[in-house]
Each structure stands twice: as structure tokens, then as C-alpha cells.
Design a protein around this ligand. Structure first.
Ligand code: GUN
Length: 282
């Protein structure tokens, strides 16, 4: 029988700790922990994410500074705002919700966020630190996955880990974190040959490809730990993950559900990173 990893419960526990640390910061420094959230345009999914991030700040005593810019915002206007926030001592973390509208240069915009306020862990300095195994601000979703493994006593050391997906936001930092935790890591993507075969060797399988129920039981080793980062819709429009939970769960030793698995951890790790950034600030 597999154990279902309860991301909702772990997120609630961590948010309690974050609330305490945010309150302690305020007591010590006479200032709230602050997070600036920038949304450009009106992508419906991004609007939901941003709303949830701001709500999570309120619940944990983190002060949020919300900026909603119109879709036709020019690059200079966005960069000017980010530079202002970079210099604002009330703001310890800056988050630009992605994707940006097509006409904007995402890389140039993110480069305006100083590494110490980059609570998404996206900038080259933080990614480089992660690759070198140094303590740094780490991308929220893979960071949350590591917290889940830790909570359930799953040590990646010496295990074969397979990461399905190579995005900058999830797949690549996930692979780095598992490697830093002494796993033997393989990263698979759309051009990988024998995908089924590679996946079925994994002791830990992390799936982040954005295709509903892509991973089926025949791709999973008996007793594997299966982490599903997907947020998809099935043929009936119902929320589901990249893993076919019904067929894979009986084979897995541990598995994350969708919803209630990785999802609640992502925003939690954003708050966690924001508190870390605040304590790291002068
Ligand atoms: N868009 C999708 N995921 C993320 C995320 O983790 N951070 C930001 N800023 N944008 C996203």
C-alpha cells in the first residue's frame, strides 16, 4: 500500500512556523517582512496564482505590496518599477509573475531583481549558487518537493532519481537539488529515447511536463516514490496531475496527489524564502 504525501498538511505546518518567524522578525527589527508581487497583463491563471500568493502573505503576517500593470506596459516601465522595489527597504522579496506578455523581455526584467530579493530563485546568481551546492534562495516548487521528501523521511542519497521535464522553474533546479542530496540523477525531456525504460528505473520519479496523466503504471518501478508537479485538466475538465494517479498509486511506496500534493507547497516555499531574504537583509 502506498503512502499519500499530504502537501496540504505539511504546508499548513510550515506556514505556522513561517508566521512565527515573521512575527519574530517584526519584533526584532520593528518592521514587517515584505513581499512585492508584480503582475503584468491579465492572464487568468496568473491572476489566480497572484491572488493566492497575496492571501498567503496576509495569513502569515507578511506585508504584501501588489502591483498590477496593464498588458501594454513597456519594458522601461516594468524595469523602473523593479528598480524602485530593489531599492525599497520595506521590500525583502520581489516576485514577477511569469509568463510576461510576449512583447516584454523576461530575462532583462528579472535581471533588475537583486539576488538577495529574488525569492523565486530564478536569477543567474542564485541558480549558480544552487549548482555549486551553496546555500541560496531556491526555486519554490522544487524546494517544496525537497521539504516533502524530508518530512516523510525519504533520503535521496544513493537513490536513482529521474526528473521528467527540464524547465528552468522546476526540472533543472529539481535535478540540482537531488544531485546535491547525493542522488544519481537523470533528466528526461521530449527528445529522450526510451523514456518508459528510464522512468521505470527510478527510485524517485519527479514529473513536471504539463501533460495530463502522462505517467502510467508501466513507467513506474514497484516501490518508487512518485512526485507529481503537474496541474492539468483531464478529459472531463477535472483538475489532475501529470501522473495517472489511479494506476500508479498501488505501485508506488509514496505518491503525491493532485490537488493537495506539491501545489500547496509552492506558495509556502515562497513565504519561506521571503522570511529567509528578510533575515538576510541588512
Ligand atoms: N509562473 C509559473 N510558476 C511560477 C513561479 O513559480 N513563479 C513565478 N514568478 N511565476 C510563475
Amino acid at each position: 500500500m502506498s503512502t499519500i504525501i499530504d502537501g496540504k498538511a505539511l504546508a499548513a505546518k510550515l506556514r505556522g512556523q513561517i508566521r512565527e518567524r515573521a512575527a519574530a522578525f517584526c519584533a526584532e527589527r520593528g518592521q514587517d517582512v515584505g513581499l512585492a508581487v508584480v503582475l503584468v497583463g491579465n492572464d487568468p491563471a496568473s491572476e489566480v496564482y497572484v491572488r493566492n500568493k497575496i492571501k498567503a502573505c496576509e495569513e502569515t503576517g507578511i506585508r504584501s505590496f501588489s502591483y498590477r500593470l496593464p498588458a501594454e506596459t513597456r519594458q522601461e516601465q516594468l524595469e523602473e518599477l523593479l528598480q524602485t522595489l530593489a531599492a525599497d527597504a520595506r521590500v525583502h522579496g520581489i516576485l514577477v509573475q511569469l509568463p510576461l506578455p510576449k512583447h516584454l523581455d523576461e530575462r532583462a526584467a528579472l535581471a533588475c531583481i537583486p539576488a538577495e530579493k529574488d525569492v523565486d530563485g530564478f536569477c543567474a546568481q542564485n541558480v549558480g549558487n544552487l549548482a555549486m551546492g551553496r546555500d541560496t534562495l531556491v526555486a519554490c516548487t522544487p524546494h517544496g518537493v525537497m521539504k516533502m521528501l524530508e518530512e516523510y523521511g525519504i533520503d535521496p542519497r544513493g537513490k536513482r532519481a529521474v526528473v521528467l521535464g527540464r524547465s528552468n522553474i522546476v526540472g533543472k533546479p529539481m535535478a540540482m537539488l537531488l544531485l546535491n542530496a547525493d542522488a544519481t540523477v537523470t533528466v528526461c525531456h521530449s527528445k529522450t529515447k526510451d523514456l518508459r525504460e528510464v522512468c521505470s528505473q527510478a527510485d524517485i520519479l519527479v514529473v513536471a511536463i504539463g501533460r495530463a496523466k502522462f505517467v502510467t503504471a508501466d513507467m513506474v518501478k514497484e516501490g518508487a516514490v512518485v512526485i507529481d508537479v503537474g496541474m492539468d485538466r483531464d478529459e472531463n475538465g477535472k483538475l489532475c496531475g501529470d501522473v495517472d494517479f489511479a494506476s500508479v498509486a498501488p505501485k508506488a511506496s509514496y505518491i503525491t496527489p493532485v490537488p493537495g500534493g506539491v501545489g500547496p507547497m509552492t506558495i509556502t516555499m515562497l513565504l519561506y524564502n521571503t522570511v529567509l531574504a528578510a533575515y538576510g537583509s541588512k
